[in-house]
Design a protein around this ligand. Structure first.
Ligand SMILES: [Zn+2]
Length: 402
């Protein structure tokens, strides 16, 4: 019979420690010499790093690295910052998506941007560093790209705010993107290139780059919760890149509405018409349709189709297939790397009635545009904006950003 916790063998005590939060392990260490000894065991901290933050390291590490240090000097303070974040609502029309990830012994925040090639099928550009959270003896420290004195304020579990006072003080009040020398120097530094790869979305990028500089010294972030699998959805949920005509590629988060039969495409990045934070797409799974070639002949034949609402949503069968053609009435604003338009498939797996949000500059007079939601693959779909005579292509972000 065990009368005291200390009668247990070290192996068992070590096991018990695994169930305690990191903070309590530190407290236990202070109670007596034997507990202190047990809490110094690396396996305990290795387990905590993995259990609490999913961090498992490769064998290659610095000689002074310990899991205990990683946990107590970095993760304990900043571990909750890991994951996918967006710029706090109403901070900016253009929005910003930030991936904060554990990376060779530190935590790094990267700006997730549309593929620089202009091709929506390419991976996001996740190279530009915004800030770093690093270990130090007095706990974690925040480094901006130039200074070591930045700070992260935790507002709540899902809201943090970043600030570098030195950058704020140094920042030119207005960066004028139309003064060429100043702009090109800035472009070289930020984009690691002087080439404007694709004329197509240069204007959109200039605007968003010029705009985002205002946020590199101080900005609020909100956690992005990415939906998990839903058996009724004909496409996978989560982050998608979409072509938004002259605005270039924007990022949306595809989720299921609370009614269970409408998919919502919420904008993580936006444009001067429909800003970040607004819902761009409403895709009605209760209104499927199967169209022949004749009905797809022109914008007029498509507009003449009346939606029929079914009583329930039926899942798309893997083998289902119907013809697809995009009439010349619609502008396909989806270039490849070479600037040529993307070749769309001539079949699709499913098609539904939908609506999309449109608005004037500054989100003036928002209204709904009738649309068709066309499922090509589980990771790729199209939207025909019937009232705008245009077509957007959406491709899922396959990079692991969680
Ligand atoms: Zn700074």
């Amino acid at each position: 019979m065990v009368e005291c916790l200390l009668d247990l063998p070290n192996e068992l005590l070590q096991h018990v420690l695994r169930f305690l939060p990191g903070r309590d392990i530190v407290s236990v260490a202070r109670t007596c010499r034997r507990f202190h000894g047990i809490t110094q065991i690396e396996a305990v901290w290795q387990h905590k790093c993995q259990q609490d933050y999913g961090i498992r390291l490769a064998e290659q590490r610095d000689s002074d690295f310990t899991y205990q240090r990683l946990y107590t000097r970095l993760l304990y303070q900043f571990g909750h910052c890991l994951g996918l974040w967006k710029l706090g609502t109403s901070s900016s029309l253009f929005g910003m998506v930030v991936h904060i990830k554990f990376d060779s012994g530190q935590i790094t925040a990267y700006h997730c941007r549309a593929p620089f090639s202009g091709d929506v099928r390419d991976p996001l550009n996740v190279k530009t560093e915004l800030f770093r959270l690093v270990m130090s003896s007095g706990g974690g420290r925040v480094h901006c790209r130039k200074h070591t004195s930045a700070e992260i304020k935790v507002v709540s579990r899902d809201k943090i705010s970043y600030r570098c006072k030195e950058c704020l003080d140094l920042q030119p009040k207005h960066l004028n993107p139309f003064r060429q020398e100043e702009f090109m120097a800035f472009w070289r530094e930020e984009m690691e290139t002087v080439e404007l790869v694709n004329r197509h979305d240069v204007m959109a990028r200039i605007l968003s780059v010029a705009h985002s500089t205002a946020f590199w010294s101080s900005y609020p972030l909100e956690r992005v919760s990415v939906a998990t699998h839903n058996p009724l959805s004909p496409v996978r949920l989560g982050l998608y890149k979409g072509t938004y005509g002259p605005h270039g590629i924007e990022l949306i988060n595809l989720t299921v509405a609370s009614n269970g039969h409408t998919l919502l495409g919420n904008k993580l990045t936006g444009d001067p018409n429909v800003p970040a934070g607004q819902t761009s797409l409403f895709l009605y799974l209760k209104c499927p349709m199967v169209l022949g070639m004749r009905e797809q002949e022109s914008a007029d034949t498509l507009k003449a189709i009346i939606p029929e609402i079914q009583s329930s949503v039926s899942a798309v069968q893997p083998a289902s297939c119907q013809p697809f053609i995009l009439s010349d009435d619609f502008e396909l604003d989806a270039p490849t790397r070479d600037g040529l338009p993307i070749q769309l498939p001539n079949t699709c797996r499913a098609r539904y009635h939908a609506e999309g949000r449109i608005a004037g500059h500054g989100y003036h007079n928002p209204s709904m545009c009738k649309a068709h939601f066309i499922v090509f693959e589980e990771d790729m779909f199209g939207v025909i904006w019937l009232d705008l005579d245009s077509f957007s292509l959406f491709c899922r972000v396959k990079q692991d950003l969680l």
